[in-house]
Design a protein around this ligand. Structure first.
Ligand code: FES
Ligand SMILES: [Fe+2]
Length: 359
C-alpha cells in the first residue's frame, strides 16, 4: 500500500491530494461510501414540504432519497428504492399525496415509508408489511433548510453548524426569500469545484475580471472550524462596476463539509451544492435568495443573477480545464499558497481522514 497524501504536515510543507483521487473510480466509490454515506447533506428548502403529505426526492451520492412531511406533520427521510424489485417509488422531484405508489407492481407506502399494501402477495411465506418499510434516515432542520444523514450514527449536526449560526446572524437569513434555482452540469470531479471555492480568493483577480478590485486582499480573511470554513471579504463600495452594485457589505463565503457552500452579501444569499455524478462529472446547484423581492428591486435581482452566471461560466471553464490537466502523466500534485489556500488544505485533510490516505 502506498501513502498518497500526508495530512499531518503544516501547510507550508503540504501538497494537495494527488490527481489519482480526482480520476479513479475506486477513490470515488470510497468517497460516496465513507464521506457522502456518513455526513449530513443539504436536502431541500423546508417550505417545499410545509404541508402534511408533501414530499421531494433528492440524491445523496448514489442513493435516491425521499424527504416528506407525513400525515402527522412529522419530517421523514427514507430510501426511494422499492423493497420489492428496487424500482424508484417516487419518480418525480416533488409531490403531495397520502400514499406513495411504486409504478412497477403497485406496492404502496405511507408518507413515513411504511409498506401498506403489496398486491397479490397472499401465500408468500414469512412476509409481513412491517418488515418491508423503506429504510429511514435522520432529518434535521436549520433555518430555511432540511438536511439528511444516511448513517445510523450521524455526526453532531449542530456542532458543525455552530460557527455559521454564531457568525452569520447579521445577514438575517430567515428573512431571505428563495427566488430561483439554476443548475450547471460540469465535466469535472466534484472536488475541483470545492477546491476552486476554497482557494482564499487566490484566483479572483486573475480569473474574474468583473470582480477584480472588488475585494481588497489585505482584508481578506479565512477561518477554519472543525467541519466548515469561512472566508470573509469586505467589498469595496466605491468601485464603478456592476458587481459592486449588487455585492455589498462584508461578504461571507461559508463552506460546510463536504459539498455545500453558502455565500452571504447584504440582502443576498446564494447556496451552492456540488453533487458528485461520477469521477469525472458533477452538477452544481445554485439557489438564489434575496431579502427584497419587491418590483423595485427586480433590476438588482436580475443583475445579481447575471453576474453570478458570468462568474460561474468562468469557474466552470477553469474547473473543466483542471480535470483535463489532472489526467496528464506529468502532473501528480501541487503545493499550497500559505497566504491563501489554508481552507483548501483543510478540505483535503478532512477528506483524506474519511476516504483514506492510501492506495
Ligand atoms: S418494484 Fe416496486 S412494486 Fe415491484
Ligand atoms: Fe471563482
Amino acid at each position: 500500500m502506498k501513502q498518497i497524501f500526508d495530512g499531518n504536515r503544516p501547510l507550508a510543507e503540504a501538497s494537495a491530494l494527488p490527481s489519482s483521487t480526482y480520476l479513479s473510480s475506486e477513490y470515488y466509490d470510497k468517497e460516496l461510501k465513507q464521506v457522502f454515506g456518513k455526513e449530513w447533506h443539504w436536502a431541500c428548502r423546508t417550505e417545499q414540504i410545509n404541508q402534511p403529505g408533501q414530499w421531494i426526492t433528492t440524491q445523496i451520492g448514489n442513493e435516491s432519497i425521499v424527504v416528506s412531511r407525513d400525515s402527522e406533520g412529522i419530517l421523514r427521510a427514507f430510501s426511494n428504492v422499492c423493497r420489492h424489485r428496487a424500482a424508484k417509488v417516487c419518480r418525480v422531484s416533488q409531490g403531495q399525496s397520502t400514499r406513495l405508489r411504486c409504478q412497477y407492481h403497485g406496492w404502496t407506502y405511507d408518507l413515513a415509508g411504511h409498506l401498506k399494501t403489496a398486491p397479490e402477495f397472499q401465500g408468500v411465506s414469512h412476509f409481513n408489511c412491517e418488515q418491508h418499510s423503506l429504510p429511514s434516515f435522520q432529518v434535521e432542520e436549520l433555518g430555511p433548510w432540511l438536511f439528511v444523514c444516511l448513517a445510523s450514527e450521524a455526526p453532531n449536526f449542530l456542532a458543525q453548524w455552530k460557527p455559521f449560526l454564531e457568525q452569520s446572524e447579521s445577514f438575517q437569513i430567515d428573512q431571505m426569500k428563495f427566488v430561483k434555482r439554476v443548475e450547471y452540469p460540469l465535466n469535472c470531479n466534484w472536488k475541483i469545484f470545492v477546491d476552486n471555492y476554497l482557494d482564499g480568493g487566490y484566483h479572483i483577480n486573475t480569473l474574474h475580471p468583473d470582480l477584480a478590485g472588488l475585494i481588497p486582499y489585505s482584508d481578506y480573511r479565512s477561518e477554519i472550524f472543525e467541519k466548515s470554513s469561512l472566508q470573509t471579504a469586505p467589498l469595496k463600495s466605491n468601485l464603478q462596476k456592476e458587481s459592486a452594485k449588487v455585492r455589498k457589505g462584508t461578504a461571507q463565503y461559508w463552506w460546510l463539509y463536504p459539498n455545500l457552500m453558502i455565500n452571504l452579501y447584504e440582502g443576498v444569499m446564494d447556496l451552492n451544492l456540488v453533487i458528485p455524478e461520477g469521477p469525472n462529472n458533477c452538477r452544481v446547484v445554485f439557489d438564489f435568495y434575496f431579502k427584497d423581492i419587491s418590483d423595485l428591486n427586480q433590476p438588482q435581482i436580475e443583475q445579481s443573477l447575471k453576474i453570478a452566471h458570468q462568474i460561474q461560466m468562468e469557474d466552470q471553464g477553469i474547473c473543466e480545464e483542471v480535470q483535463e490537466g489532472l489526467q496528464s502523466a506529468f502532473y501528480t500534485s501541487g503545493r499550497f499558497s500559505v497566504l491563501r489556500e489554508q481552507t483548501a488544505y483543510h478540505f483535503h485533510q478532512l477528506l483524506a481522514r474519511e476516504a483514506g490516505l492510501f492506495e
